[in-house]
Design a protein around this ligand. Sequence first.
Ligand code: NAD
Length: 355
Amino acid sequence: MNYNIAVIRGDGIGPEVVAEAIKVLQKIGSVYGHNFTFTDVLMGGIAYDQTGSPLPQETIEICKSSDSVLLGAVGGPKWDSLPGDKRPEAGLLGIRKALNLYANIRPAVLFPALKEASPLKEELVKNGINIYVVRELTGGIYFGERGRRTGTFGEEAYDTDCYGVEEIRRIAKVAFEAARKRNKKVTSIDKANVLENSRLWREVVHEVAKDYPDVTVSDMLVDNAAMQLVKNPAQFDVVLANNMFGDILSDEAAQITGSIGILPSSSRGDGTLGLYEPIHGSAPDIAGKNMANPIATILSVAMMLRDSFSLEAEAKAIETAVETVLNNGLRTADLGGENPISCSQMGDAIRDAIL
Ligand code: NAD
């Protein structure tokens, strides 16, 4: 089978970690008999430097016609003083919107070999952490009407948090479908004691839940969820949240599993096309030094194989290879340890562990 993958290497450590993920995909291709074709496209700071736009139209077209998109990371101090619509991050929001990728999935998994990297006490993580955050990505307060005006206290600013029934329904379905393949438990996050928008969210989630009698659903206020994540992370299976609550809680969930360098993500819409990327940024402080951890990007391509291409055995082979190298004690600098290996050595080790 042939799979066309658009590749956005981006800025900073983006090209370094993407190179390792491609290495791993090529090994999967040769072991399982698949052909992966990679087409490089520009986005982020490098795209601005070369074309004057952080998201050239050609990139959107090629991504739309590909089977999936692999992204490293974008941004860096070089582009920080540009106007908002020229900044690398505008490319990121633009591509998600252009491809209608409304569901952001961030699994937060604590590898047994990395228990000591979690900031939580051992007794809290001894049974592991395996949380699947489903965050709505193209609606809510990040996309609502905003502005400035004069009010009682002088100049004031406002942002509107608005969700439609269909918007909530489609993201809720993503969460329930995922829960069906996991431990059949959805925790829906809201602030229904205060916000009308959250009350609608809760109503729609429970309506969708009727189609999934095999899945347990519970509601949790976002402030309580922030506490529960550090108090008892093992209670969570699938966490469903709107754009802003999901943004904040998924970072918290990521942090309790140890390093930011190991967590993957996917952004999906209605079709099989997805955008797969590590949750970390372009890490300008270590860019060009061959010391970034490529595991988050490598696990992102495992998600791509499973979620976009339905290649479960191949995805599992990558995840098992990652576990094997971690169990063997190999660590990049961010994971601590006495003899850290480089980004490319970690990529080589994971590639070689795929049998
Ligand atoms: P960051 O994630 O790039 O870095 C935070 C810290 O984590 C740094 O110390 C960095 O060295 C370390 N780190 C990150 N990834 C690592 C890896 N794979 N291996 C080892 N260490 C790693 O976040 P930041 O410093 O806040 O942002 C830097 C730039 O990245 C900014 O321009 C920001 O806008 C951008 N950014 C991009 C994305 C994206 O492309 N999706 C996401 C977040 C931030």
